[in-house]
Design a protein around this ligand. Structure first.
Ligand code: AGP
Length: 607
């Protein structure tokens, strides 16, 4: 998704803008640009391509201006091109703006502006905003801030906007609705960005802007208003990660660094969650669930986080005394999920800003359901909307491919399930062994990370393959889904996950000599069944990588990786670490851009 940076202060703005944009690269982008402003005018420089190209263009240009805005664009309306990249300026070149989000009614607004004689240079939805501001400022004689407030009332959809102008070169205006924006300040000035990592080199005190807020940023002050111009309180938080946590720390990619951070991420997520043999979750206790007569529970999310939901539901469904289901947020929001005050909805998200998940959460709230978020990013959209938030303490996840966010979601959802079983009186969860083993998980992950060299060799099986097949049953199935997603996402090898028992109902037709099958067989009740399914693929020429338990009789297979002994529920955590490494090494031998896969964005803040 697009990334925004803005700075106004006593120092030249460009260094802040550029370092901030580079910290936002994880969001994915196809073009980049900046506008710098002072009393002599606006200077805009933008290009299709990487930040390096923008840097090269700016290398020989003196840029002393102390106010500016920057942008990395991820194309939604109009192809990636110099013209479509941001910032966008008015015809007089006196107003410039950057935007993250989608203006849904831009065509209707464009028609009106065209009638008024405005000329458009780009195919973007964004450009209408700069012409609206021009119209309100120059023709209706509103102040720039009034023009912004009037404009945001016209816009449907999502937006985070930053605006500079030669008319007021010592101010930056910003506004937010459904797209992320955080503010910061240090001794030198005031700044804002789409996400905190862009600010962390300057300050760890962050103000996450709320939906429906607009800001007047000056070098030494910052004022927040709602869209009607009513002053709002400032709610600052101290961001708990330092800037070094967002660097690669010796690994050649963020993905590998984050894979190796999983023992500590899991440890942090579990910290303080146990009181003896019970799960401690005051956030959930406050929801007063027993009194609400909960009759159904939905776990809702997108992508990897959705796989965590499938895991949570598979884990709980045998024990729950009510209906439980997992749904992708994009289906939930447009389906007709049964929602009322007896429904609990759990929304899972690394970023806390995923547009579909936020829309699903809003729907659940409208219908009176009880809502809880399982989120990694402090102060993000979901945390501000949900009735309760449980934080995965994975630290900043920069790689587009989610790794440590997933495993921390699995452990936190396991704790949540134990808590729900306890609160809603569902009876035995065999929780004592599970709680003991959850605490052993960081060491168990350390153990499986030792397979790294072996996995690097196994990745050779996939070097020239176009497809891979992941299979598993019960709790192994979400792991298979996540392994397949990881592989296709970073290595571009097409991969699908199947319930192992479903293979012979169709997919086995695809198996031929040297097809690669990755099988998860860690659940004692069904592992032998999965192993029989593997035999069927081997009979058709498949090369199999089997991930299983210590006890499973499987030495006859070519490649067997055995997981440390823990409760069956937790093999999903150790097992997926192997699949993450397999995806990483496959991508690495194929020379892929691992941290920034093509067409993907870290945080999908548009529908
Ligand atoms: C995972 O590797 C993905 N890049 C993607 O599926 C991601 O999990 C999804 O977009 C949801 O993001 P969220 O957790 O920030 O809501």
């Amino acid at each position: 998704m697009c990334g925004i940076t803005a700075y106004i202060g006593a120092e030249p703005a460009l260094p802040f803008l550029m370092q901030g944009l580079s910290k936002l690269e994880y969001r994915g982008y196809d073009s980049a640009g900046v506008t710098l402003v002072d009393s002599s005018g606006l200077f805009t420089c933008k290009t299709k391509g990487r930040l390096k190209q923008l840097e090269d263009m700016l290398e020989t240009v003196p840029c002393p201006q102390k106010c500016g805005i920057g942008h990395t664009r991820w194309a939604t309306h109009g192809v990636p091109s110099q013209m479509n990249s941001h910032p966008h300026t008015n015809e007089k070149n006196t107003i410039s703006l950057v935007h993250n989000g989608i203006i849904e009614n831009y065509l209707a607004l464009k028609e009106e502006l065209l009638k008024k004689g405005y000329k458009f240079k780009s195919e973007t939805d964004t450009e209408i905003v700069v012409h609206l501001l021009d119209d309100y400022y120059y023709h209706e004689h509103l102040s720039l801030f009034e023009a912004l407030l009037k404009a945001v009332h016209q816009l449907q959809g999502s937006f985070a906007l930053c605006i500079v102008s030669t008319e007021e070169p010592d101010v930056i205006y910003a506004a937010k609705k459904e797209s992320p924006m955080v503010l910061g300040r240090d001794k030198s000035g005031t700044m804002c960005a789409s996400d905190a990592p862009a600010l962390l080199a300057y300050t760890s005190e962050i103000l996450p802007l709320k939906d429906g807020q607009a800001v007047i940023m000056k070098a030494d002050s910052l004022q927040i208003f709602d869209f009607d111009g009513v002053p709002q309180e400032e709610e600052w938080i101290v961001f708990p990660y330092d800037v070094h946590a967002a660097q690669k720390g010796g690994y050649d990619s963020f993905m590998m660094k984050e894979i190796h951070e999983q023992p500590s991420a899991v440890r942090e997520t579990l910290r303080g969650r146990f009181r003896g043999e019970m799960v401690y979750m005051p956030e959930i206790e406050k929801l007063n669930l027993p009194a609400r007569g909960i009759q159904r529970i939905y776990y809702v999310a997108c992508g990897t986080a959705y796989h965590a939901c499938v895991y949570a539901v598979t884990q709980i469904s045998a024990r729950a005394r009510c209906a439980v289901s997992a749904m992708p947020a994009s289906e939930f929001r447009y389906g007709s999920p049964y929602l009322d005050e007896h429904t609990l909805c759990v929304f899972v998200s690394q970023s806390g800003e995923t547009a579909d998940t936020i829309a699903a959460l809003k729907l659940a709230k409208e219908k009176g359901a009880v809502t809880a978020g399982v989120v990694n990013v402090l102060g993000s959209g979901i945390t501000r909307l949900a009735d309760a938030t449980l934080y995965t303490c994975a630290g900043p996840e920069i790689s587009v491919a989610s790794t440590k966010a997933y495993t921390t979601q699995l452990v936190l959802l396991t704790c949540l399930n134990i808590k729900l079983a306890d609160l809603l009186d569902w009876g035995v969860f065999d929780q004592y062994q599970l709680i003991e083993d959850l605490q052993k998980l960081p060491e168990a992950i350390e153990e499986v990370l030792k397979y790294e060299k072996k996995i690097a060799e196994l990745a050779e099986l996939l070097r020239y393959r176009q497809d891979a097949y992941f299979i598993g049953r019960q709790l192994d199935y979400p792991t298979a889904m996540e392994g397949a997603l990881k592989l296709k996402e970073v290595s571009y090898v097409h991969a699908d996950a199947y319930y192992a028992g479903e293979l012979k109902h169709g997919p086995i037709a695809l198996i031929e000599k040297d097809s690669v099958v990755i099988a998860m067989a860690t659940q004692p009740k069904v592992a032998a069944k999965t192993v029989s399914n593997i035999e069927e693929t081997i009979a058709r020429g498949a090369r199999v990588i089997l991930i299983t338990t210590q006890q499973m009789k499987a030495d006859r297979f070519e490649h067997v990786l055995r997981l440390p002994e823990l409760s069956d529920e937790l093999s999903a955590v150790t097992g997926v670490v192997l699949l993450q490494m397999l995806a990483y090494y496959t991508a690495s031998i194929k020379g892929c851009d691992i941290d920034k896969p093509r067409n993907l964005a870290k945080s999908v803040t548009v529908e």
